[in-house]
Design a protein around this ligand. Structure first.
Ligand code: SAH
Length: 264
């Protein structure tokens, strides 16, 4: 997974605490040792210029966060020794982001920001007016991994394959039983979001499995709107009087949900 060394992260450790933090696939446990792949070895040894005994934080989405020390600072296969668990494994808030893909650069942005906003699943959705249909999932996943490393998560959201809205909804009951959908509809009358969210919280939506749905630049079609508004598991939400770009709306919606129904 190519690590995007944008200049602002070139020689700064990859997280707020100032320590290098890396997502790894292997199991994490006391006394275990772990050999990094070429990309991560290069990052620690060449980019961050870390040597023997330097501390690194590791997480794999299962075993919490672990402090490790560099045992052998090889440029291509750096060996780390695990020292102690620093944080327990915490579940991500159970919020999924369903969004109609937009142009490439903004796709990366959405993957990063959805991760920072705590989305557990990032699900690209192809709607009638979606223009972008080719998606490089591994690139989106790489963006999510980097954002998780930087923002101190101990888990990484799952970036899924793009699906058509109709087929996703048709099988929703079996693939996401009990998960309610917040349909962000730009045509919804603005000014009632606070009351709408308070009502949903009172109806048990707070802390419940949720999905936020954001449309493409062209918005939702009347047919899609009718399909969504007719579902019992779906509530319509206005995000205010201004029409936002899809990527802005994704962040705004996740923030509003985090505040009113999530873990803020
Ligand atoms: N082109 C459409 C807007 C699409 S904006 C138009 O001009 O009407 C892309 C997506 O962002 C929308 O489908 C919706 O999901 C979300 N969005 C943007 N602004 C919103 C708002 N004020 N309220 C609810 N959703 C909004």
């Amino acid at each position: 997974m190519a690590r995007e060394d944008s200049d602002d992260t070139h020689d700064t450790p990859r997280c707020a605490s100032g320590k290098a933090r890396l997502y790894v696939e292997g199991d994490l446990g006391k006394g275990a040792s772990l050999t990094l792949d070429r990309d991560q070895s290069h990052y620690l040894v060449n980019v961050l210029r870390m040597g023997a005994d330097a501390q690194v934080l590791l997480f794999n989405g299962r075993d919490g966060e672990w402090a490790a020390r560099i045992a052998e600072p090889h440029k291509k296969n750096c060996v780390l020794e695990l020292v102690a668990r620093t944080r327990a494994q915490e579940p991500l808030p159970d919020v999924w982001l369903l969004f109609a893909p937009v142009k490439k650069a903004r796709l990366d942005f959405i993957a990063q920001k959805a991760t920072e906003m705590g989305a557990a699943v990032i699900q690209p959705v192809i709607t009638e007016r979606t223009v972008v249909t080719r998606l490089k999932d591994e690139r989106l996943q790489a963006n999510a991994v980097e954002a998780a490393e930087q923002c101190g998560l101990v888990a990484v959201p799952e970036v899924r394959e793009a699906e058509k809205l109709g087929s996703l909804l048709a099988k929703w009951e079996e693939t996401a039983p009990g998960r309610r959908i917040l349909f962000c509809d730009e045509s919804e009358e603005p000014g009632a979001a606070r009351e709408a969210l308070a009502r949903l919280a009172a109806e048990g939506w707070r802390g419940a499995p949720l999905a936020v749905l954001i449309g493409p630049e062209g918005g939702f079609s009347p047919k899609e709107r009718e399909l969504l508004r007719g579902r019992k598991d779906t509530a319509v939400l206005s995000l205010g009087p201004r029409i936002m770009r899809a990527d802005t709306a994704a962040i705004a919606a996740l923030a509003v949900v985090g505040l009113a129904l999530g873990d803020w």
